[in-house]
Structure formats: C-alpha cells, structure tokens
Ligand binder design. Structure first.
Ligand code: HEM
Ligand code: HEM
Length: 190
C-alpha cells in the first residue's frame, strides 16, 4: 500500500520517516561531534560537509511535507486518552517545525560565514547542488554579531530537537511495550 489510510501508514510515508530518522540522528550526532573537536584545520571542512548534507536533507524534508499534506493519516488508537492524542499531534508538529528551523538557521549561519573566516578555501562552503545549481548566500554583508545570532539559534534549536526526539522514541516504546497497541508496528510493518 503506497498511501496511508485511517488505519496505518503507507509505504512512502514509512520509507520517508525511517530515511529522515537516520539522517536527523546522524546529522545531530555529527553536528555535536564536530563542534566539540579541538580547533584545527579539518574542523571547518566538517562544518561545510555537515551543512551540505543537511541542505540535501532539507530538500527531502520539503518532499516529505508535500506528501504528508496530501494524505489521510491514521487515527490514534481508541485506547488513547484525549491528552495522549493531543500530545502525539503536538509532538509531530513540533518535530516538523524543529527540523525546518534547523535547516533554515543552519542555512543562515552558513550564509554569514564569510564574515567570520578570512578564507574558506578548500572548504565546501561554495555549495553547488547536484553539480549544477549554485546556492545563494542570504546575507550580502553580515558581521560577527549576526553570525553569532544564527549560531546561537541553531544550537538552541538543536537542543530542542534532541529533547523532542528522545521523548518521541520513548513514546513509541511506551505504546509498544506498555500499552501494547499498534502505534509502532504501523510505522514499521504498516
Ligand atoms: C536537520 C538539519 C540540521 C541539524 C539536525 C543540525 C545539527 C547541528 C548540531 C547538533 C550542531 C552543533 C550545535 C552545538 O552544539 O554547537 C550544528 C552546528 C552547525 N551546523 Fe547544523 N544542523 C542542521 C542543518 C544545518 C545546515 C543546513 C547548515 C548549513 C547550511 C548547518 C551548519 C552548521 C554549522 C556551520 C555549525 C557549526 C556552528 C558553530 O559555529 O559552532 N547546519 N548543527
Ligand atoms: C528510533 C527512532 C524512532 C522511532 C522508534 C520512531 C517511531 C515513530 C512512530 C511509531 C510513529 C507513528 C506515530 C503514530 O502513528 O501516531 C512516528 C511518527 C513520526 N515520527 Fe518517528 N520515530 C523515530 C525517529 C524519528 C525522528 C529522528 C524523527 C524526526 C526528527 C521522527 C519524526 C516523526 C514524525 C514527524 C512523525 C509523524 C508521522 C509523519 O508525519 O511521518 N521520528 N515515529
């Protein structure tokens, strides 16, 4: 089944969910690791690669949102209380908003990088998508303060995303192990 129904998630949504989950967890872990490396030459290269992968992720996210908005979605189990349904819904919206916020703040941060580093030569900050489309920087002239602003926001949002992802995974396990409903299996097997 390609499309989702009121009972279960379709194969496209499931594929997009698990592919995005692996990417988000990977980008989060790599982002944390690269910012905690001792300052050295290779660190800036890690930043550039992180951003490039995340920009491709952003495109996947846009596709996912369009697909998601075109679909019916499964109802929450009848055994879930009103507050649980509300929490699940709010949690999913929160995950989407934070994923968008990470891509946007990261892109703005990348756009302000020339203000901070005299030379970004040899570092993939000159992004060309699929070898064709050169990405425009959003700032004509940004100073260090502007760049710091986006950096702080990017870090703050990453903490929010980390917390919500932990709650999200805990909720999935809770549904499966404690409540014994089909919430997890309808996202794995469909
Ligand atoms: C899903 C999208 C993204 C995720 C999950 C993510 C995650 C992270 C995390 C966890 C950090 C470390 C924050 C810290 O503790 O200091 C980070 C830093 C960074 N991210 Fe992202 N990021 C995303 C998108 C982007 C994009 C699209 C760009 C650029 C185009 C970008 C550029 C950067 C840069 C340059 C840093 C280093 C900040 C610094 O100077 O300390 N990120 N990111
Ligand atoms: C091991 C990790 C994960 C597990 C076990 C998991 C499990 C699930 C389950 C069971 C659902 C279905 C909920 C329902 O039917 O009401 C779901 C939906 C969802 N998950 Fe995850 N998830 C994981 C990682 C992630 C990550 C890292 C993200 C993104 C940051 C994410 C974002 C979402 C979103 C937005 C939905 C709503 C459905 C949709 O629009 O695709 N998940 N997840």
């Amino acid at each position: 089944m390609t499309r989702s129904t009121t009972e279960t998630w379709g194969s496209v949504t499931r594929a997009l969910h698990w592919l995005s989950a692996v990417l988000v967890l990977g980008i989060l872990a790599h982002g944390w690791w690269m910012t905690h490396l001792a300052p050295r030459d290779g660190r800036l290269w890690q930043y550039g690669t992180h951003g490039l992968i995340a920009v491709y992720f952003g495109m996947l996210l846009a596709l996912r949102l369009v697909w998601r908005l075109s679909e019916t979605t499964p109802h929450q189990p009848a055994t879930s209380a009103g507050w649980e349904k509300l929490a699940a819904h709010a949690g999913h919206i929160g995950l989407y908003l934070l994923m968008i916020g990470m891509v946007v703040s990261g892109y703005m941060l990348w756009s302000s990088f020339p203000a901070r580093f005299d030379a970004v030569r040899g570092v993939p900050f000159d992004y060309t998508l699929f070898g064709v489309f050169k990405l425009p920087a959003m700032h004509v002239a940004a100073d260090r303060g502007v760049s710091k602003y986006w950096e702080n926001l990017h870090e703050l949002l990453s903490h929010g995303l980390q917390i919500l992802v932990v709650v999200h995974i805990a909720a999935a396990i809770w549904h499966h192990r404690v409540k014994g409903d089909s919430v997890l299996t309808r996202m794995t097997r469909g």
